[in-house]
Design a protein around this ligand. Structure first.
Ligand code: CP
Length: 357
């Protein structure tokens, strides 16, 4: 399998960091993740609270969003708090992240000032910053998120960069609801057969949700298959190694497969996502004909019929009849809408926990 030739164990969090951020689920213990999920289940039953009364969050978006922006803004409102949305380069000043730069280009201020100033106004900072898709060796450093975490005096929440930890918890919550008994929301997912399938998309997309899906599914002890067209679509070695380690600790498993029928056979969960192949970051032209050959990875009724009556999900947005068919999306086995709703509840749990800490 292709492994990105970079340091596998690069710490994404500064070991000297004293503030508790939510940058990756991998930084959080399993009991702490379970506590977030338990709180999210409570928020789903009891929508309103005062955990953020008099508190506020800055939501810094470098990329578009529908679900993340709406659910964070409303989540803060439901808990008595307030959200401020900033889009640097659009309605806020463009930001510089490099140190030692002579700032005579587009950027009007440095993240060192932005994070510290925001920290004087708000209690939490959320950051969405996708890769630039030019050089994965640069993108995999997650520089924007880590810069905010480095300079911010208040907790920082990852709203999707090279991972999407809020989506991870929303997905797990939806699986717990689906496979659980009423009154026992913290359902054990160990032993469930989980397939993360690559799907076609006309553009090369972020690997964040795929990285996250492998990370959390193995953390929860599921038997995980990464189904992708060729070894070039295997994910960055950091996330493959996280997943392998998680599987070892949780009693789950991880395998990579390029066999569609074999992967779907007996699956309990099918999770779909499209992503660009890492070796082609910065030179996408040769990747396009490869990707175009694998349009048949679309999730359809024939493939779902091979499963153990699996549930299907996707983080959304999703192009119908490209990634999954209308029949799959409209099936009662599709839990993508439930997962999207759960973004609201898990993010309230994250905000309440971090703002109270
Ligand atoms: N899934 C997700 O993060 O959706 P948005 O991009 O709309 O926020």
């Amino acid at each position: 399998a292709f492994l990105f030739p970079g340091p596998a164990t690069l710490p994404l969090t500064d070991p000297a960091m004293t503030i508790r951020h939510f940058l990756n689920t991998q930084d959080w213990s399993r009991p702490d993740l379970d506590a977030l999920l338990a709180q999210a289940h409570v928020f789903k039953r009891e929508r309103l609270g005062d955990q953020l009364r008099g508190k506020s969050i800055a939501l810094v978006f470098f990329n578009p969003s529908m679900r993340t922006r709406t659910s964070f803004e409303l989540g803060a409102f439901h808990l008595g708090g307030h959200a401020v949305v900033l889009q640097p380069g659009k309605d806020a000043w463009p930001i510089e992240f490099d140190l030692g730069t002579v700032m005579d280009g587009e950027a009007e201020e440095h993240v060192a000032e932005v994070a510290r100033v925001l920290g004087r106004y708000v209690d939490l900072i959320g950051v969405r910053a996708f890769p630039k898709f030019v050089d994965w060796s640069v993108d995999r450093e997650d520089r924007v998120l880590r810069s905010f975490a480095r300079y911010s005096p208040v907790p920082v929440i990852n709203m999707e960069t090279i991972t999407h930890p809020c989506q991870e918890l929303a997905h797990v919550m939806a699986l717990q609801e689906h496979f659980g008994n009423p009154g026992a929301p913290a359902t054990d997912l160990r032993g469930r057969k989980f397939v993360l399938t690559w799907t076609y998309h006309p553009k090369p997309l972020n690997t964040a949700v795929a990285n996250s899906a492998l990370t959390i599914a193995t953390r929860m002890g599921m038997d995980v298959t990464l189904l992708c067209p060729t070894p070039e679509y295997v994910l960055d070695r950091r996330y493959m190694e996280w997943a392998e380690r998680n599987a070892g600790e949780s009693g789950g498993s991880l395998r990579v497969s390029h066999d569609i029928e074999g992967s779907y056979a007996g699956a309990d969960v099918v999770y779909a996502k499209s992503w660009g192949a890492l070796p082609y970051f910065g030179n996408w032209a040769p990747e396009k004909p490869i990707r175009d050959r694998y349009r048949h990875f679309i999730v359809d009724e024939q493939k779902m019929a091979l499963t153990n009556d699996a549930v299907f999900s996707h983080c959304l947005p999703l192009r119908r009849n490209v990634k999954a068919t209308d029949a799959v999306m409209d099936s009662p086995r599709c839990i993508a809408i439930e997962e999207a709703e759960n973004r609201l509840h898990v993010q309230k749990a994250i905000m309440a926990t971090l703002a109270g800490s």
